[in-house]
Design a protein around this ligand. Structure first.
Ligand code: COA
Length: 320
Protein backbone atom coordinates (compact mmCIF):
# COMPACT_ATOMS: atom_id res chain seq x y z
CA UNK A 1 0.00 0.00 0.00
CA UNK A 2 1.31 3.44 -0.92
CA UNK A 3 1.71 5.77 2.03
CA UNK A 4 1.07 9.46 1.37
CA UNK A 5 1.71 12.56 3.46
CA UNK A 6 -1.77 14.07 3.62
CA UNK A 7 -2.52 17.64 4.66
CA UNK A 8 -4.69 17.50 7.78
CA UNK A 9 -4.39 21.11 8.95
CA UNK A 10 -3.09 24.54 7.98
CA UNK A 11 -2.51 27.77 9.87
CA UNK A 12 -1.16 31.26 9.45
CA UNK A 13 -0.30 34.36 11.40
CA UNK A 14 0.29 37.95 10.36
CA UNK A 15 1.34 40.67 12.81
CA UNK A 16 -1.09 43.54 13.33
CA UNK A 17 1.01 46.48 12.11
CA UNK A 18 0.52 47.37 8.45
CA UNK A 19 3.29 49.30 6.66
CA UNK A 20 2.08 50.74 3.37
CA UNK A 21 4.08 51.84 0.35
CA UNK A 22 3.18 55.41 1.31
CA UNK A 23 4.74 54.86 4.74
CA UNK A 24 7.97 53.67 3.09
CA UNK A 25 7.99 56.53 0.59
CA UNK A 26 8.17 58.94 3.53
CA UNK A 27 11.61 57.58 4.50
CA UNK A 28 13.24 56.49 1.20
CA UNK A 29 13.08 57.86 -2.35
CA UNK A 30 10.30 55.73 -3.83
CA UNK A 31 6.56 55.84 -4.48
CA UNK A 32 3.47 53.67 -4.15
CA UNK A 33 3.08 53.51 -7.94
CA UNK A 34 6.73 52.47 -8.54
CA UNK A 35 6.55 49.72 -5.92
CA UNK A 36 3.14 48.42 -7.02
CA UNK A 37 3.95 48.42 -10.74
CA UNK A 38 7.33 46.67 -10.31
CA UNK A 39 6.37 44.20 -7.57
CA UNK A 40 2.58 43.98 -7.04
CA UNK A 41 3.04 44.94 -3.37
CA UNK A 42 0.94 47.60 -1.62
CA UNK A 43 1.64 46.87 2.05
CA UNK A 44 3.32 44.40 4.37
CA UNK A 45 2.96 43.40 8.03
CA UNK A 46 5.57 44.30 10.64
CA UNK A 47 6.04 42.29 13.85
CA UNK A 48 5.65 44.03 17.20
CA UNK A 49 8.70 44.43 19.47
CA UNK A 50 7.76 41.46 21.63
CA UNK A 51 7.14 39.10 18.69
CA UNK A 52 9.71 36.62 17.41
CA UNK A 53 9.90 33.85 14.82
CA UNK A 54 8.95 31.30 17.49
CA UNK A 55 6.02 33.32 18.90
CA UNK A 56 4.53 33.74 15.42
CA UNK A 57 5.21 30.07 14.61
CA UNK A 58 3.26 29.03 17.71
CA UNK A 59 0.12 30.88 16.63
CA UNK A 60 0.22 29.45 13.09
CA UNK A 61 0.98 25.95 14.43
CA UNK A 62 -1.88 26.04 16.95
CA UNK A 63 -4.31 26.95 14.16
CA UNK A 64 -3.13 23.97 12.10
CA UNK A 65 -3.42 21.66 15.12
CA UNK A 66 -6.95 22.93 15.79
CA UNK A 67 -8.01 22.39 12.18
CA UNK A 68 -6.57 18.86 12.21
CA UNK A 69 -8.22 18.22 15.57
CA UNK A 70 -5.26 16.27 16.92
CA UNK A 71 -3.44 16.30 20.25
CA UNK A 72 -0.11 18.18 19.88
CA UNK A 73 1.50 15.15 21.52
CA UNK A 74 0.65 13.13 18.38
CA UNK A 75 3.24 15.16 16.43
CA UNK A 76 6.40 13.11 15.85
CA UNK A 77 8.47 15.74 14.07
CA UNK A 78 8.58 19.55 13.91
CA UNK A 79 10.44 21.17 11.01
CA UNK A 80 10.79 24.95 11.15
CA UNK A 81 12.04 26.86 8.12
CA UNK A 82 13.39 30.28 9.03
CA UNK A 83 16.14 32.70 8.13
CA UNK A 84 15.35 34.82 11.17
CA UNK A 85 15.58 32.38 14.12
CA UNK A 86 15.20 33.69 17.68
CA UNK A 87 18.64 32.21 18.43
CA UNK A 88 21.42 30.57 16.47
CA UNK A 89 20.66 27.80 18.95
CA UNK A 90 18.50 26.36 20.37
CA UNK A 91 16.61 25.94 17.12
CA UNK A 92 13.30 27.69 16.58
CA UNK A 93 11.92 24.16 16.12
CA UNK A 94 12.92 23.27 19.71
CA UNK A 95 11.46 26.55 20.98
CA UNK A 96 8.22 25.86 19.14
CA UNK A 97 8.11 22.33 20.54
CA UNK A 98 8.38 23.76 24.07
CA UNK A 99 5.75 26.44 23.35
CA UNK A 100 3.36 23.70 22.16
CA UNK A 101 3.94 21.72 25.36
CA UNK A 102 5.38 18.71 23.51
CA UNK A 103 8.27 16.89 25.17
CA UNK A 104 9.27 13.94 23.10
CA UNK A 105 9.11 14.67 19.39
CA UNK A 106 12.11 15.57 17.24
CA UNK A 107 12.36 19.26 16.32
CA UNK A 108 14.86 21.18 14.22
CA UNK A 109 15.29 24.09 11.82
CA UNK A 110 16.15 24.12 8.16
CA UNK A 111 17.60 27.07 6.27
CA UNK A 112 16.76 27.37 2.60
CA UNK A 113 15.78 31.07 2.60
CA UNK A 114 12.54 31.71 0.68
CA UNK A 115 12.37 28.04 -0.42
CA UNK A 116 12.37 26.90 3.21
CA UNK A 117 8.79 25.71 3.44
CA UNK A 118 9.09 23.69 0.22
CA UNK A 119 12.28 22.09 1.57
CA UNK A 120 10.31 21.40 4.78
CA UNK A 121 7.50 19.74 2.83
CA UNK A 122 10.08 17.62 1.02
CA UNK A 123 11.59 16.44 4.32
CA UNK A 124 8.17 15.78 5.84
CA UNK A 125 7.29 13.72 2.77
CA UNK A 126 10.46 11.63 3.05
CA UNK A 127 9.94 10.98 6.77
CA UNK A 128 6.29 9.99 6.34
CA UNK A 129 6.81 7.84 3.24
CA UNK A 130 9.70 5.96 4.87
CA UNK A 131 7.63 5.30 8.00
CA UNK A 132 10.07 7.25 10.21
CA UNK A 133 7.30 9.68 11.26
CA UNK A 134 3.52 9.59 11.18
CA UNK A 135 2.53 13.18 11.91
CA UNK A 136 4.78 16.08 10.92
CA UNK A 137 4.38 19.83 11.52
CA UNK A 138 6.08 22.12 9.00
CA UNK A 139 6.27 25.84 9.77
CA UNK A 140 7.80 28.75 7.87
CA UNK A 141 8.24 31.80 10.07
CA UNK A 142 10.06 35.07 9.41
CA UNK A 143 10.73 38.48 10.90
CA UNK A 144 12.21 39.91 7.71
CA UNK A 145 11.62 43.48 8.95
CA UNK A 146 14.51 43.02 11.42
CA UNK A 147 17.07 42.06 8.74
CA UNK A 148 15.99 44.62 6.16
CA UNK A 149 17.98 47.81 5.67
CA UNK A 150 15.20 50.39 5.86
CA UNK A 151 17.42 52.88 4.02
CA UNK A 152 17.85 50.57 0.97
CA UNK A 153 14.94 51.16 -1.42
CA UNK A 154 15.94 48.14 -3.52
CA UNK A 155 15.09 45.70 -0.72
CA UNK A 156 13.03 47.38 2.03
CA UNK A 157 9.98 47.64 -0.24
CA UNK A 158 9.81 43.87 -0.70
CA UNK A 159 9.73 42.05 2.60
CA UNK A 160 7.19 41.42 5.38
CA UNK A 161 6.70 39.33 8.52
CA UNK A 162 4.48 36.32 9.23
CA UNK A 163 4.24 32.57 9.79
CA UNK A 164 2.53 29.73 7.93
CA UNK A 165 2.03 26.14 9.09
CA UNK A 166 0.92 22.81 7.68
CA UNK A 167 0.31 19.49 9.42
CA UNK A 168 0.87 16.31 7.43
CA UNK A 169 -0.09 12.79 8.43
CA UNK A 170 0.50 9.34 6.96
CA UNK A 171 -2.54 8.22 4.97
CA UNK A 172 -3.50 5.73 2.28
CA UNK A 173 -5.40 8.54 0.53
CA UNK A 174 -3.47 10.66 -1.96
CA UNK A 175 -1.73 13.70 -0.47
CA UNK A 176 1.73 15.01 -1.39
CA UNK A 177 2.20 13.59 -4.89
CA UNK A 178 5.83 14.68 -5.29
CA UNK A 179 8.40 17.18 -4.07
CA UNK A 180 11.38 18.54 -5.99
CA UNK A 181 14.15 20.57 -4.38
CA UNK A 182 17.40 22.04 -5.72
CA UNK A 183 20.35 24.11 -4.55
CA UNK A 184 23.10 25.98 -6.36
CA UNK A 185 25.58 27.75 -4.09
CA UNK A 186 27.27 29.86 -6.79
CA UNK A 187 25.02 32.88 -6.29
CA UNK A 188 25.87 34.17 -2.81
CA UNK A 189 26.79 37.59 -4.22
CA UNK A 190 23.33 38.09 -5.77
CA UNK A 191 21.32 37.54 -2.58
CA UNK A 192 22.67 37.17 0.94
CA UNK A 193 22.39 38.15 4.57
CA UNK A 194 25.67 37.59 6.46
CA UNK A 195 26.07 36.48 10.07
CA UNK A 196 28.52 39.11 11.37
CA UNK A 197 29.53 37.35 14.59
CA UNK A 198 30.43 34.11 12.85
CA UNK A 199 32.38 36.10 10.27
CA UNK A 200 34.35 37.87 13.02
CA UNK A 201 32.66 41.20 12.23
CA UNK A 202 30.42 41.51 15.27
CA UNK A 203 30.39 45.31 15.15
CA UNK A 204 28.86 45.40 11.62
CA UNK A 205 25.11 45.43 11.12
CA UNK A 206 23.82 42.69 8.84
CA UNK A 207 21.03 43.15 6.31
CA UNK A 208 19.54 41.48 3.25
CA UNK A 209 21.64 42.39 0.19
CA UNK A 210 20.16 41.72 -3.24
CA UNK A 211 20.93 42.44 -6.88
CA UNK A 212 17.22 42.47 -7.64
CA UNK A 213 17.11 42.46 -11.43
CA UNK A 214 19.69 39.65 -11.69
CA UNK A 215 17.78 37.57 -9.13
CA UNK A 216 14.60 38.28 -11.08
CA UNK A 217 15.94 36.79 -14.33
CA UNK A 218 17.27 33.61 -12.69
CA UNK A 219 14.02 33.18 -10.72
CA UNK A 220 11.79 33.34 -13.83
CA UNK A 221 13.88 30.78 -15.74
CA UNK A 222 14.34 28.45 -12.80
CA UNK A 223 10.68 28.41 -11.82
CA UNK A 224 9.76 27.64 -15.43
CA UNK A 225 12.01 24.57 -15.26
CA UNK A 226 10.59 23.37 -11.93
CA UNK A 227 7.07 23.44 -13.41
CA UNK A 228 8.21 21.16 -16.26
CA UNK A 229 10.05 18.86 -13.85
CA UNK A 230 7.01 18.51 -11.57
CA UNK A 231 4.56 17.82 -14.38
CA UNK A 232 6.90 15.27 -16.01
CA UNK A 233 7.54 13.43 -12.71
CA UNK A 234 3.78 13.01 -12.25
CA UNK A 235 3.02 12.35 -15.90
CA UNK A 236 0.52 15.21 -15.71
CA UNK A 237 -0.71 17.87 -18.10
CA UNK A 238 -0.87 21.57 -17.23
CA UNK A 239 -4.68 21.44 -17.31
CA UNK A 240 -4.73 18.98 -14.41
CA UNK A 241 -3.41 21.58 -11.95
CA UNK A 242 -6.26 23.38 -10.16
CA UNK A 243 -4.22 25.94 -8.20
CA UNK A 244 -0.81 27.54 -8.29
CA UNK A 245 0.43 28.64 -4.85
CA UNK A 246 3.67 30.47 -5.62
CA UNK A 247 6.28 32.06 -3.41
CA UNK A 248 5.16 35.68 -3.15
CA UNK A 249 8.25 37.60 -4.27
CA UNK A 250 7.11 39.61 -7.28
CA UNK A 251 3.85 39.60 -9.26
CA UNK A 252 5.76 39.63 -12.56
CA UNK A 253 7.66 36.45 -11.59
CA UNK A 254 4.36 34.83 -10.54
CA UNK A 255 2.62 35.88 -13.78
CA UNK A 256 5.45 34.30 -15.81
CA UNK A 257 4.98 30.97 -13.99
CA UNK A 258 1.19 31.13 -14.45
CA UNK A 259 1.69 31.81 -18.17
CA UNK A 260 4.01 28.81 -18.43
CA UNK A 261 1.20 26.71 -16.90
CA UNK A 262 -1.36 28.36 -19.23
CA UNK A 263 -3.26 29.27 -16.05
CA UNK A 264 -5.51 32.26 -15.57
CA UNK A 265 -4.51 34.49 -12.66
CA UNK A 266 -7.83 33.43 -11.05
CA UNK A 267 -6.21 30.06 -10.39
CA UNK A 268 -3.20 31.65 -8.67
CA UNK A 269 -3.27 32.32 -4.95
CA UNK A 270 -1.87 35.82 -4.41
CA UNK A 271 -1.16 37.30 -0.99
CA UNK A 272 1.68 39.53 -2.14
CA UNK A 273 -0.31 42.75 -2.39
CA UNK A 274 -0.97 42.93 1.35
CA UNK A 275 1.84 40.75 2.72
CA UNK A 276 4.91 41.35 0.57
CA UNK A 277 7.56 38.65 0.54
CA UNK A 278 7.51 36.79 3.87
CA UNK A 279 10.35 34.50 2.72
CA UNK A 280 9.92 30.94 4.03
CA UNK A 281 6.44 31.76 5.39
CA UNK A 282 4.95 32.96 2.11
CA UNK A 283 3.88 29.72 0.40
CA UNK A 284 2.33 28.26 3.55
CA UNK A 285 0.56 31.54 4.36
CA UNK A 286 -0.95 31.61 0.86
CA UNK A 287 -1.87 27.91 1.01
CA UNK A 288 -3.57 28.41 4.38
CA UNK A 289 -5.52 31.41 3.10
CA UNK A 290 -6.90 29.56 0.09
CA UNK A 291 -7.76 26.46 2.13
CA UNK A 292 -9.58 28.53 4.75
CA UNK A 293 -11.54 30.67 2.29
CA UNK A 294 -12.65 27.54 0.43
CA UNK A 295 -10.87 28.10 -2.88
CA UNK A 296 -8.76 24.98 -2.40
CA UNK A 297 -11.12 22.04 -1.87
CA UNK A 298 -10.49 18.38 -1.07
CA UNK A 299 -9.40 16.59 -4.26
CA UNK A 300 -7.91 19.70 -5.90
CA UNK A 301 -4.39 19.43 -7.29
CA UNK A 302 -2.20 22.26 -6.02
CA UNK A 303 1.28 23.23 -7.20
CA UNK A 304 3.38 25.03 -4.61
CA UNK A 305 6.71 26.52 -5.71
CA UNK A 306 9.44 28.78 -4.37
CA UNK A 307 12.80 30.31 -5.18
CA UNK A 308 15.26 31.88 -2.74
CA UNK A 309 18.80 32.71 -1.67
CA UNK A 310 21.41 30.06 -2.19
CA UNK A 311 20.03 29.82 -4.76
CA UNK A 312 17.49 27.26 -3.65
CA UNK A 313 14.27 26.36 -5.41
CA UNK A 314 11.63 23.69 -5.39
CA UNK A 315 8.05 22.58 -5.75
CA UNK A 316 5.50 20.39 -4.05
CA UNK A 317 2.52 18.91 -5.85
CA UNK A 318 -0.35 18.22 -3.46
CA UNK A 319 -3.64 16.47 -3.94
CA UNK A 320 -5.49 18.30 -1.18
N1 COA B 1 11.77 53.09 -5.97
C1 COA B 1 12.13 53.81 -7.04
N2 COA B 1 13.15 53.46 -7.83
C2 COA B 1 13.85 52.34 -7.51
C3 COA B 1 13.53 51.55 -6.39
C4 COA B 1 12.44 51.96 -5.61
N3 COA B 1 12.02 51.28 -4.52
N4 COA B 1 14.37 50.49 -6.33
C5 COA B 1 15.19 50.62 -7.36
N5 COA B 1 14.91 51.74 -8.07
C6 COA B 1 15.55 52.27 -9.27
C7 COA B 1 16.98 51.80 -9.40
O1 COA B 1 17.85 52.63 -8.66
C8 COA B 1 17.18 51.91 -10.89
O2 COA B 1 17.45 53.26 -11.19
P1 COA B 1 18.50 53.66 -12.36
O3 COA B 1 17.89 53.08 -13.61
O4 COA B 1 18.48 55.14 -12.30
O5 COA B 1 19.77 53.02 -11.97
C9 COA B 1 15.83 51.57 -11.47
O6 COA B 1 14.89 51.76 -10.41
C10 COA B 1 15.71 50.15 -11.99
O7 COA B 1 16.25 49.26 -11.01
P2 COA B 1 16.13 47.70 -11.13
O8 COA B 1 16.80 47.08 -9.94
O9 COA B 1 16.59 47.27 -12.49
O10 COA B 1 14.54 47.54 -11.04
P3 COA B 1 13.66 46.27 -11.28
O11 COA B 1 12.64 46.53 -12.31
O12 COA B 1 14.50 45.02 -11.46
O13 COA B 1 12.86 46.13 -9.91
C11 COA B 1 12.95 44.75 -7.94
C12 COA B 1 13.58 45.93 -8.70
C13 COA B 1 13.76 44.51 -6.68
C14 COA B 1 11.53 45.10 -7.61
C15 COA B 1 12.96 43.49 -8.85
O14 COA B 1 14.22 43.34 -9.44
C16 COA B 1 12.63 42.22 -8.14
O15 COA B 1 11.55 42.05 -7.62
N6 COA B 1 13.57 41.24 -8.16
C17 COA B 1 13.38 39.93 -7.66
C18 COA B 1 13.36 39.97 -6.21
C19 COA B 1 13.15 38.63 -5.64
O16 COA B 1 12.41 37.85 -6.15
N7 COA B 1 13.82 38.43 -4.54
C20 COA B 1 13.64 37.40 -3.65
C21 COA B 1 13.87 36.08 -4.19
S1 COA B 1 13.33 35.15 -2.89
Amino acid sequence: MTVYAKVIGTGGYLPAEIKTNEDISRTVDTSDSWIFERTGIKSRRIAAKDETASSMAEIAARQAIKMADINPKDINLIIVATGTPDNIYPSTGCMLQHRLGIKECVAFDIQAACSGSIFGLDMANQYIKSGAAKTVLVVGTEICSRIVDWTDRGTCILFGDGAGAVLLQASDEAGLLSTHIHSDGRFEDLLNCPNPQALGKADTASYIMMKGNEVFKVAVNTLGRIVDETLAANNMQKEEIDWLVPHQANSRIIAATAKKLKMSMDQVVLTLEEQGNTSSASVLLAFNEAVRDGRIQRGHVVLLEAFGAGFTWGSALIKY
